[in-house]
Design a protein around this ligand. Structure first.
Ligand code: HEM
Length: 198
């Protein structure tokens, strides 16, 4: 590396796998959310057929069956990508230092260093989204195969509650995407953001 370049201008390198994971996650989540909105609009969980509609511009698939086709095709991409990521961080042992730690929690409580706090928030945000994504898969699996996974439906009480929980993952993912990119920008500037994709 050219040591004459300031550390703040040096490019950040990410593993190719991390970039591929990030791209596939972004695209598949967009497909999952937009096709999910199409399914939702066919029979809104909030208010039934005449209930709260989401503008069709955000919906993918054209009609209920189209939305379901997209949703069930993209779910493999989304879920397998997450699985490969899990295997990757387990094999490379990245899980040991990749996620939020006790040190981050402590920094949030006692540190006066704003940079260190931003970093801790950043780690907290991308760690917290993982159980949410797993919840989307878990609740989705309950709706996809309710006969086989009747116990998943039971976990949520009833079908309506299961639908609401599954749907709630959409606004959470949207808020996460905004917060995650803003914190990424604060912590590592556009260099960090670009390094995750290119
Ligand atoms: C791989 C995991 C997933 C599976 C197996 C899955 C499966 C399903 C199923 C079976 C339905 C109901 C389809 C119907 O009633 O015809 C559904 C609806 C929906 N899904 Fe997913 N899904 C998954 C992930 C996601 C993700 C990641 C999101 C967005 C973050 C999402 C958003 C939605 C939405 C908004 C609906 C409509 C909810 C409703 O009104 O009932 N899904 N999903």
């Amino acid at each position: 590396m050219d040591s004459s370049i300031s550390p703040f201008l040096r490019p950040i390198h990410q593993a190719l796998f991390a970039k591929v994971f990030h791209w596939v996650n972004l695209v598949s989540l967009l497909l999952m959310m937009t096709s999910g909105i199409q399914i939702y609009n066919a029979n809104p969980v909030f208010g039934g057929r005449g209930g709260l509609q989401i503008p069709p511009i955000f919906a993918l698939g054209g009609w209920l069956a189209g939305g379901r086709h997209w949703h069930f095709a993209a779910m493999w991409l989304f879920a397998l990508n997450l699985l490969f990521y899990g295997v990757y961080i387990a094999i490379t042992r990245r899980w040991k230092h990749r996620f939020v730690s006790g040190k981050d929690v402590k920094a949030l409580q006692v540190s006066n260093n704003q940079k260190r706090k931003n970093y801790a928030w950043h780690r907290l945000a991308y760690t917290a989204i993982i159980p949410i994504l797993l919840l989307a898969i878990f609740s989705g699996a309950g709706m996809y195969k309710p006969a086989q996974f009747y116990w998943i439906v039971d976990c949520f009480g009833d079908w309506q509650a299961l639908r609401i929980v599954h749907f709630t993952t959409v606004p959470i993912v949207i808020v996460f995407a905004v917060v995650h990119s803003l914190l990424g920008l604060k912590v590592g500037g556009s260099r960090l953001q670009e390094s995750m994709f290119w």
